[in-house]
Design a protein around this ligand. Structure first.
Ligand SMILES: NC(=O)c1ccc[n+]([C@@H]2O[C@H](COP(=O)([O-])OP(=O)(O)OC[C@H]3O[C@@H](n4cnc5c(N)ncnc54)[C@H](OP(=O)(O)O)[C@@H]3O)[C@@H](O)[C@H]2O)c1
Length: 329
């Protein structure tokens, strides 16, 4: 794929949503590089996924310092993809990265100190071959570091020109309100919260979505397909090569008979809607205008292109919502 040129029609079918009270529009579907872009993966396959994403209007690519495996390799490989053509479109891309989980040995490669965040972003920029990222996140709250220090580091990173916007991830509603307040005081508003949100993981409905709406901060939903459980992937067992077959982040034990019963019932509603279950699971999140974007992963171009078709039908009659709630109860 060297010498990649983007499709002329790349903006025709994607919709873009304003991220909170900011000026930034994000695609309704974004692509995450947590899995499938590491040093254990195949360049030919993952570069095609990235190019297909951009060819279909996915302008937002989400990374973190530790994505791989090995940690850091997703950023290095994304740097190769940029170098091999995607980077020619840098001003059409929103690239994010994060620091907050364990990255290197010793006391300065983890959590939320200024020391860690500053050093980590410099490493991320070097791996990707970039001068700046569009969004830099505190990947998780650090109970042992003053929130003023973590947010102060984010604000200074914006002032240094190394990130255009900042965000937080995995902060609960109270922590979110505090972080947003400090960032506001610092003059570098919180753009976005990245939270785990899907039909199977509805915690953001318990206060986070309300807090973000009040504070005018966007929400990007990660693992919207529950790592593949909200698709037809596991309806007939655990296929070789699937995420559950590798058993690290999605364990075989998580694919319980109870979950499969729910998946089959949801699949039936999706069929009635003329959608795949994956498409319905994404549409179900996007029906809420407070959700700026859903952040999917994909191990093939086919999966990604299939998921994009979710945008064709994001409306739900109340009777369907009730049936879905019954299944998930
Ligand atoms: N902030 C955080 O703490 C945090 C944590 C986790 C993730 N994230 C972000 O969220 C992104 C997405 O997370 P995720 O990968 O867990 O998202 P996901 O969309 O819930 O799961 C993606 C996986 O589901 C399967 N899949 C996707 N589309 C499919 C389809 N149409 N049919 C069948 N299977 C399909 C594939 O697994 P197979 O490999 O089995 O094919 C794919 O790798 C990450 O890349 C990262 O950017 C952030």
């Amino acid at each position: 794929m060297e010498g990649y040129t983007a499709s002329e029609s790349r903006y025709e079918s994607m919709s873009y949503r304003r991220c909170g009270g900011s000026g930034l529009l994000l695609p309704a579907i974004s692509l995450g590089l947590w899995h499938n872009f590491g040093s254990v993966d195949d360049y030919d396959n993952y570069s095609k996924i990235a190019f297909a994403a951009f060819d279909n209007g996915i302008t937002h690519f989400d990374l973190a310092n530790n994505y791989g495996p090995e940690a850091g390799s997703a950023e290095t490989n994304f740097g190769r993809i940029l170098h091999n053509g995607l980077g020619a479109y840098r001003d059409e891309l929103v690239i994010s990265t994060k620091a907050g989980y364990t990255m290197w040995a010793g006391p300065y490669g983890d959590w939320g100190s200024r020391k860690y965040l500053m050093a980590s972003l410099d490493q991320s920029l070097r791996r990707m071959g970039l001068d700046y990222v569009d969004i830099f996140y505190s990947h998780r709250p650090d109970p042992a570091t003053p929130m003023e220090e973590t947010m102060g580091a984010l604000s200074d990173i914006v002032r240094q020109g190394k990130a255009l916007y900042v965000g937080i991830s995995n902060y609960n509603p109270d922590q979110t309100r505090r972080a947003v307040e400090i960032l506001k005081r610092n003059g570098t508003p919180c753009l976005i919260h990245q939270a785990k949100y899907s039909m199977f993981q509805r915690t953001p409905e318990e206060g986070l979505l309300d807090a973000l709406e009040e504070e005018n901060v966007g929400l990007i939903a990660f693992s919207p397909l529950a790592q593949g459980m909200l698709t037809d992937r596991y309806l007939n067992g655990i296929p070789e090569g699937s995420r559950a077959s590798r058993g690290i982040f999605l364990k075989k034990e998580q694919i319980t008979e109870e979950k499969l019963r729910q998946v089959r019932a949801l699949n039936e509603i999706a069929r009635e809607r003329g959608q795949s279950l994956a498409q319905m699971a994404l549409a179900w999140l996007l029906k809420d205008s407070r959700v700026t974007s859903v952040l999917v992963g994909a191990s093939s171009v086919e999966q990604l292109l299939g998921n994009l078709k979710a945008l064709g039908n994001t409306g739900f009659p109340s009777s369907q919502i009730a049936r879905i709630n019954d299944i998930l109860a």
